[in-house]
Design a protein around this ligand. Structure first.
Ligand code: FAD
Length: 447
């Protein structure tokens, strides 16, 4: 029977511990922070995340899907708010298909609760991994409140300690370890829309709200307590940027001009804007993800991506699913398992990183572009008619099992076809005609 040590009890670490415990393995999970199950999540104004197919699939495999659905709100479409407060809508997928908004803190808490039910699992909180002795398979932890230090000898160690992973940091001292960290020019700030007095939502809760403003955007996802978590993605520097919003007058003018319909829902936007932190966004790539058969990275520790495709956690949960799947084949030849796992996931991690970077442009700019919306409408219509021939990129990433690598390649191919279709004259009037259908079929069979 194997022993696993998990460093990082966030989303991926908690789920991974459930997968391992269900196989009967002994699990020691070390988390830097205090136990989130004792914390008031909303006091921390936790961000919310969009859960989609890949995460559901992993949760289903450990029997946690129903429990998580109870704390999730389906969002069937995007609602775009223009500068005058006019709304347009874009369904995310086929009828009934939705992405689900869930509080990150609530999700983490629930997964830890599930993980804790297994008697072979031991959780250690306030335990920050400070160093790892790879040769002697010993991890060193520190309680940052009491200063207490402890060491732990491991058999296999999984680093799920997020974007600023201490485990990855240790691997970086190994020869031929590739690492890159790329910040984008935009940062983000969270703002919170309270529920109505009766606990209801101030806007439609079954949609993801977007205020696309070309170079920046505001989004809002619903919470189960009737509130919304809004995120403003804005350049660090530039004409309209966090840097340019220096005075209360600048901030007031910014909201009045760009987000007039948000102000009634956010009467204290000034206070929130001034007091909430501004955070950076980055893509982290590294390789290899393992050290011999003793250490492996998963989740953001291996591949942090910008949040614009809503796939960071989904990709991390898919790591857990694939790890479990591959474990079946490797139980009797464990020596190269971690290497094989990293090899199989790395192209997908790189692809989702690329997709996420591209989707920022789509969300902040193209969702307000009539040609883009027409293209999406045509793709959705053609998909309904020929699901065997065409799956829109968003659906491949969000609602399917296709690998991210395949989705990226296929998406580029389909986009080249749509570029031809979009050149057809008077397309807006005949977008769902036989002529358009035949054109796409022709292009598909000749490319
Ligand atoms: C604004 C924003 C919006 C997002 N939206 C989405 C979305 O809609 N959908 C989606 O799928 N993803 C989204 N993501 C990405 C998602 O949050 C991450 O991909 C996900 O949290 C990664 O999980 P993880 O467990 O790998 O890392 P984390 O959730 O960061 O967990 C890491 C854990 O390790 C602990 N830790 C850190 N260092 C140490 C140490 N030295 N020792 C011990 N413990 C340690 C931390 O305290 C933490 O609990 C978003 C991210 C951001 C920033």
């Amino acid at each position: 029977m194997k022993n696993f040590t998990i460093v990082g009890g966030g989303l991926v670490g908690a789920l991974q511990s459930v997968f391992l415990a269900q196989r009967g393995f002994r699990v020691d999970l070390f988390e830097r922070r205090p136990d989130i199950r004792n914390a008031d999540i909303y006091q921390g104004r936790s961000i919310n995340l969009a859960v989609s197919n890949r995460a559901w699939k992993a949760l289903r495999k450990v029997g946690a899907e129903e429990t998580i659905r109870e704390i999730a709100i389906p969002m069937y479409k995007r609602t775009m708010h223009d500068i005058h407060g006019n709304l347009t809508f874009q369904p995310y997928g086929k009828e009934g298909e939705a992405i689900y908004s869930v509080s990150r803190g609530e999700l983490n808490r629930t997964l830890l609760q599930i993980a804790d039910k297994y008697e072979q699992t031991t959780m250690h909180f306030d335990a920050r991994c400070a160093n790892i002795d790879l040769e002697n398979k010993t991890a060193y932890f520190k309680n940052d409140i009491t200063g207490e230090e402890m060491s732990h000898v491991y058999e296999h160690l999984i680093g799920t300690d997020g974007a600023f992973s201490a485990v990855r940091h240790r691997l970086m001292f190994n020869e031929r370890f590739d690492y890159s960290q790329d910040y984008i020019d935009h940062g983000y700030k969270e703002l919170h829309i309270e529920a109505n007095e009766d606990g209801s939502h101030k806007m439609d809760p079954n949609t993801l709200h977007i205020w696309p403003r070309e170079d920046f955007m505001l989004i809002a996802l619903p919470n189960i307590d009737g509130s919304f978590t809004c995120t403003l993605f804005l350049g660090w520097e530039g004409k309209v940027s966090f840097q340019s919003l220096k005075t209360e007058r600048d901030i007031l003018g910014f909201f009045q001009y760009y987000f007039p319909d948000v102000i009634p829902h956010l009467p204290d936007f000034m206070e929130q804007f001034l007091n909430h932190p501004t955070s950076a966004l980055q893509t982290i790539r590294c390789y290899p993800w393992h050290y011999k058969d003793s250490v492996v990275l998963m989740g953001d520790a291996a591949h942090a991506v910008v949040p614009f495709y809503g796939q960071g956690m989904n990709a991390g949960f898919e790591d857990c699913f694939v790890f479990d799947q591959m474990l079946d084949e490797h139980l009797n030849k464990f020596e190269n398992f971690f290497e094989a796992f990293g090899k199989s996931r790395k192209p997908n991690a790189d692809s989702v990183a690329e997709l996420a970077l591209r989707n920022f442009i789509e969300m902040r700019d193209l969702t307000a572009d009539p040609d883009f919306l027409l293209q999406k409408k045509i793709e959705g219509w053609f998909y309904q008619k020929h699901p065997d021939k065409w799956v829109p990129l968003y659906s491949m990433v969000t609602f399917s099992d296709f690998s991210y690598e395949y989705a990226l390649q296929k998406g580029d191919y389909q986009n080249a076809i749509m570029a031809q279709v979009m050149k057809m004259p008077n397309l807006a009037e005949k977008w769902n005609s036989m002529e358009v259908e035949e054109k796409i079929l022709h292009l598909l069979s000749h490319s």
